[in-house]
Design a protein around this ligand. Structure first.
Ligand SMILES: Nc1ncnc2c1ncn2[C@@H]1O[C@H](COP(=O)(O)OP(=O)(O)OP(=O)(O)O)[C@@H](O)[C@H]1O
Length: 477
């Protein structure tokens, strides 16, 4: 028997929502949102009601999901409510668990003396589904910017879906060239559809989306053109320009090395926790992006060095981190601060210089902090012990400094790894956890207990950080 629910949640004060949905329980909270499990009264469909407290985050999530509605590996947006001066509420398909839970449970089993972890056939099916979702985004020039296991939700049927598009951006004018536009590598369980040519037709309930704010738009089918018109009007009304305005960053998890001052860096080095205000691209260019996106462990080096003109490739780096974690059940680069994050990457890949990435010296923060020469970088092989050459090579195609050298999602889908024995298992045969674990990657003592260290550089032995004219110099001994 279910407990009576507190009626104090703000979602209960929304008559238009409780007229259509029964709120069952609160299933999670993110930096910008509260998510509830609900039941649609008309047909008992179980849904997730995501109340988004940040205007820009809501805007981005709706905008991206509208475009991606025909993608089998992207969460379904049933409808949304957005009334003037109120938080947006997105009605999403309910997905009971996520990839972070799959990894955490497999790790627990392995540590308990059970099996070796996730079988290769299962790993391949999870990877194929993630790649199909990312490929759908990138074909539509949508960069997700916060790919991580906790944002890859999974249904009872083993189908994995990309979620949490609150940081997504549509990169206008970005040419995307699929190597083979006709190929459909996502067979059986994750049928691939190229939705580039289709104007998505979706059910919407836009309330007071017009600038006048007093006429309810009728619920019904809205064309893509109408949708963008409504969004443009909303945009104009709220004076959102094309430059990122991610100014309300709360914690180290989404912290931003790119915008910190030298004193912030000092704090960062020695305390390991801090709070920065992120700022715009700062160079006055229209369309400049903020480097302060994503969750640190999955953040590409160009973002850590403050790039404001990055592309879809930041997602590909995150993918590499996720794949490595699926293979080892350990986070690849669990940095405790942004500098620690860079230090971990450098200790594995070697120093970032013009040789490995021509043009890297132009990165805004490249000269702010210099790392001493790492004579013998550990190499990605050392992070993937007892994995096959093909698996290591797959991760290497994503975890490389030069963004242009990273393989696209479509290229990876065509990789021989996915067509060789053991083949990806059908999604229906995947081990799907019954619930979602409460993980918080950055909270030491939580999910990643054994990785948690309050010191930035424990993993690297003694270090010496000195202040230089340009910023900081970090030396490992
Ligand atoms: N469709 C869904 N079905 C079930 N649970 C969901 C769904 N969408 C989100 N959740 C859960 O709600 C919580 C917050 O969701 P989400 O990560 O999307 O919010 P956010 O504010 O954007 O978070 P973040 O801080 O990671 O950016 C997470 O635990 C997530 O698993």
């Amino acid at each position: 028997m279910e407990q009576p629910l507190p009626k104090s949640w703000s979602i209960h004060t929304r008559p238009e929502i409780i007229a259509k949905y029964e709120i069952l329980e609160c299933v999670g909270s993110g930096a910008y949102s509260d998510v509830y499990k609900g039941r649609r009264l008309s047909d008992n469909l179980i849904v997730a009601l995501k109340e988004v407290h940040d205007y820009q985050s809501a805007f981005r999530e709706i905008e991206a999901l509208q475009i991606l509605q025909n993608s089998p590996n992207v969460v379904v947006l049933h409808e949304y409510f957005w009334r003037e001066d109120e938080d947006a509420v997105l009605v999403l398909e309910f997905l009971k668990t996520d990839l972070a839970t799959v990894i955490a449970e497999s790790k627990k089993k392995r540590e308990g003396g059970g099996d070796r972890g996730i079988s290769v056939g299962e790993i391949k099916r999870w990877m194929v589904q993630i790649l199909c979702g990312v490929d759908a985004c990138h074909r539509n020039t949508i960069v997700h910017r916060d790919l991580k296991p906790g944002n890859l939700l999974i249904g009872d049927d083993g189908v994995l879906k990309l979620a949490d598009f609150g940081q997504a951006r549509i990169l206008l004018g970005n040419e995307f060239n699929a190597p083979d536009g006709n190929s459909q590598p996502c067979e059986s369980n994750a049928p691939y559809q190229d939705n580039m040519s289709e104007a998505p037709q979706v059910d919407l309930e836009v309330e007071d989306a017009s600038p006048e704010g007093d006429v309810n738009q009728e619920q019904g089918i809205m064309s893509r053109e109408d949708y963008f018109r409504a969004l443009d009007e909303l945009k104009a009304k709220n004076s959102i320009d094309e430059t990122d305005k991610d100014t309300n960053v709360h914690d180290g998890d989404t912290s931003c090395f790119a915008t910190c001052t030298t004193s912030d860096v000092e704090d960062d080095l020695f305390k390991g926790t801090y709070s920065y205000d992120a700022e715009d691209g700062g160079d006055g260019r229209q369309g400049a992006l903020t480097s302060c996106v994503g969750t640190r462990w999955f953040r590409a080096p160009e973002l850590l060095y403050g790039s404001t003109s990055y592309g879809l490739e930041v997602d590909l780096w995150s993918l590499g981190c996720i794949f490595a974690e699926l293979l080892t059940l350990q986070p690849l680069f669990p940095g405790s601060s942004d500098i620690d994050q860079l230090a971990r990457i450098i200790s594995v890949l070697g120093n970032l210089n013009e040789e490995v990435w021509p043009g890297c010296a132009e990165l805004p923060d490249y000269r702010t902090i210099s790392f001493n020469k790492v004579e013998n970088p550990a190499g990605l092989e050392s992070c993937l012990p007892s994995r096959s050459i093909d698996e290591i090579s797959l991760v290497k195609k994503l975890i490389c400094y030069d963004p242009a050298a990273r393989a696209t999602a479509m290229e990876l889908l065509q990789d021989k790894y996915f067509n060789e024995e053991p083949l990806p298992v059908p999604a229906s045969e995947l081990h799907v956890p019954l619930t979602k674990s409460n993980h918080d990657e950055d909270s030491h003592g939580g999910w990643y207990d054994d990785m948690g260290s309050d010191s930035d550089f424990d993993e690297f032995g003694p270090l010496k950080a000195t202040k230089t004219n340009a910023g900081f110099s970090v030396r490992f001994f």
